[in-house]
Design a protein around this ligand. Structure first.
Ligand code: COA
Length: 535
């Protein structure tokens, strides 16, 4: 493959200024993320440690193989909500390697309101199970939770993807042959009791772990029986009398070692084979992304400059380089894995959509995962384009992306607006993972366009009644909409609501994508079948 020839002058004042501005964005991201990681109240952390328990992230570090990375997902879930009382939504999820196997880990953080669940906690737990299902990853649940956060019960209990979905998913995952191991390291109350009860094997920690359908206060209220938590559902009871748990652990470390031992007994399943190549660092330094990543989304960025700093050796086998230049398509390798890249390079036209759809077909036929690099303002509008059938051609791209059964991974490196979000494998298109860079923005359209549309609609309404809109009312409406879109369009707003799997530093893109492809190989790719493409 040929190396991309970068046209960026890293010595130019413009580049240096851009880099400086981006580093400010990155600084803000790191500060916010660190405030989340250290967000539990010191009192809760102290109480937790005094009980001889490890913190959720410490537990994960001891479970995974030494010197292997943990790809933490949605660290900033629930950010800026509930008065920031639910850092990381009180649950840590991510992908790590246990005994050489990519594993999905779900760990309650008991220092956050007793590990209880609000809406984002549920979304994060269900999302993690979906990743395990799609990629056939074994799943470890580290349970330490008081169940539903009771004041929020109506937002977490009854709906299709609420609390009950955990156990439905566990049953379906089990039937699909996905191993699930529970480590009960704290409370496991009410519905939560089904997590260990539905797992293949369950470990429970002495003096810490409890499993019961109704805790002591509920039992007393219901039947008058007085019983301690330990007598009702402690480690001794469940490993020697009820049989609800299988392994008795003396402490957290012992429990984690037992879990690692269990992993040695898991079946090795056939993986999807890919033609791997030797890993090569990009020729152009990934740190240069800070000088290139879009800050002002009105300024065009040549997507090849981004690709050159993500892929092995900065090598790229471009497809249709001379045709439909507002989307860049081509093959490359990322940490040795082959990947087809579809990168936004401007507005989507009819021919851009056809090029995109054609390239998706190539990747599907060749069983090559696709990386979507989004910086998309949407599809082109206007009389000329509608007459040429932009809707029909855009639909072909959407069809191709929706039905492609090779793994899709999406990284939003700039804007993600309008139907461009769909065609470029937005959340609704089931990419295996979706990440945002901290500078990224996402909304149905840009704030200025939305303000323009709403002002026009209002003016038309008034005109029909023979009235006009005062200039100051127009300006007020514009200002309100711009502020709203600015706030709701930020990567932080998105990640707080789990519209993505996390915000990443651009320099970590290679690692995150490689981890995504590695995990996706655990389930051989299904054959791709397409429906009707309107011609
Ligand atoms: N709903 C709302 N808040 C809850 C809660 C619940 N189910 N369980 C715990 N909390 C809150 C506590 O009010 C406390 O809040 P604060 O930090 O603002 O004071 C915080 O979580 C920690 O609880 P605390 O009891 O001090 O911690 P602990 O480690 O000693 O005990 C539990 C944790 C989960 C074992 C215990 O709180 C408990 O039994 N909770 C009730 C569990 C239950 O019955 N759940 C049924 C839901 S389906």
């Amino acid at each position: 493959m040929y190396r991309i020839e970068s046209k960026v002058d890293t010595k130019a004042a413009e580049f240096i200024q851009h880099q400086k501005e981006f580093k400010e964005i990155l600084k803000e991201f790191r500060e916010k993320q660190s405030s989340v990681i250290n967000g539990s109240s010191p009192r809760a952390v102290e109480k937790h440690k005094k009980r001889g328990k490890l913190l959720a992230r410490e537990r994960i570090n001891l479970l995974i193989d030494p010197n292997t990375p943990f790809l933490e997902l949605s660290t900033m879930a629930a950010y800026d909500r509930y008065d920031n009382q639910f850092p990381s939504a009180g649950i840590i999820t991510g992908i790590g390697v246990v005994q050489g196997k990519e594993t999905l880990i779900i760990a309650n953080d008991a220092t956050v309101k007793g590990g209880t669940y609000v809406k984002e906690t549920i979304k994060k737990h269900v999302r993690a199970q979906e990743i395990a299902m799609e990629n056939h990853l074994p799943c470890v649940y580290m349970v330490d939770s008081g169940g539903v956060f009771l004041p929020e019960q109506s937002n977490v209990f009854p709906d299709r993807f609420d609390f009950g979905r955990f156990f439905y998913n566990q049953a379906r995952m089990s039937a699909a042959g996905i191993p699930q191991i529970a480590i009960v390291m704290g409370s496991c109350t009410a519905g939560g009791a089904y997590v260990p009860a539905m797992s293949d094997e369950t470990i429970i920690v002495k003096d810490q772990g409890t499993i019961f359908i109704g805790g002591p206060p509920l039992v007393k209220a219901a039947t008058g029986e007085e019983v301690s938590a330990e007598e009702l559902g402690g480690a001794d009871v469940h490993t020697s009398i009820s049989g609800v748990a299988d392994h008795y652990a003396n402490d957290d470390r012992h429990a984690l070692q037992i879990c690692r031992n269990i992993f040695q007994t898991l079946e090795l399943k056939p993986k999807q084979q890919l033609q791997l190549s030797e890993i090569e660092e990009p020729f152009y330094d990934p740190e240069e992304l800070y000088g290139i990543a879009p800050i002002d989304l009105k300024q065009a960025v040549d997507a090849r400059e981004i690709i050159a700093r993500i892929v092995d050796g900065s090598r790229f086998q471009e497809f249709k380089a001379r045709y439909a230049p507002t989307v860049i398509t081509g093959f490359a390798n990322i940490m040795g894995y082959p990947v087809g890249i579809i990168a936004s390079n401007g507005v989507l036209f009819s021919e851009t959509s056809l090029k995109g759809a054609h390239f998706v077909e190539l990747c599907s036929k060749r069983n090559i995962p696709i990386l979507f690099l989004q910086n998309i303002t949407g599809f082109i509008v206007g009389k000329e384009y509608e007459r040429k059938g932009i809707a029909r051609d855009g639909a072909k791209f959407v069809h191709a992306v929706a039905n492609a059964n090779v793994p899709k991974i999406t990284v939003v490196f700039g804007g993600s607006f309008g139907a461009g979000n769909y065609a470029m494998a937005g959340r609704a298109y089931d990419p295996r993972l979706l990440f945002m860079w901290p500078n990224a923005k996402i909304s149905v359209m840009g704030g200025e366009q939305a303000a323009g549309v709403l002002i026009q609609v209002k003016q038309d309404q008034l005109a029909a009644r023979g009235k006009t809109m005062a200039k100051e009312d127009i300006e007020k409406l514009r200002k309100d909409i711009l502020e709203k879109y600015e706030y709701e369009g930020s990567a932080y707003y998105s990640t707080s609501r789990l519209w993505d799997d996390g915000i990443i530093d651009p320099m970590d893109t290679r690692k995150a994508v490689a981890m995504g492809i590695a995990m996706s190989l655990n389930k051989p790719f299904d054959e791709t079948k397409y429906g009707i493409f309107r011609m």
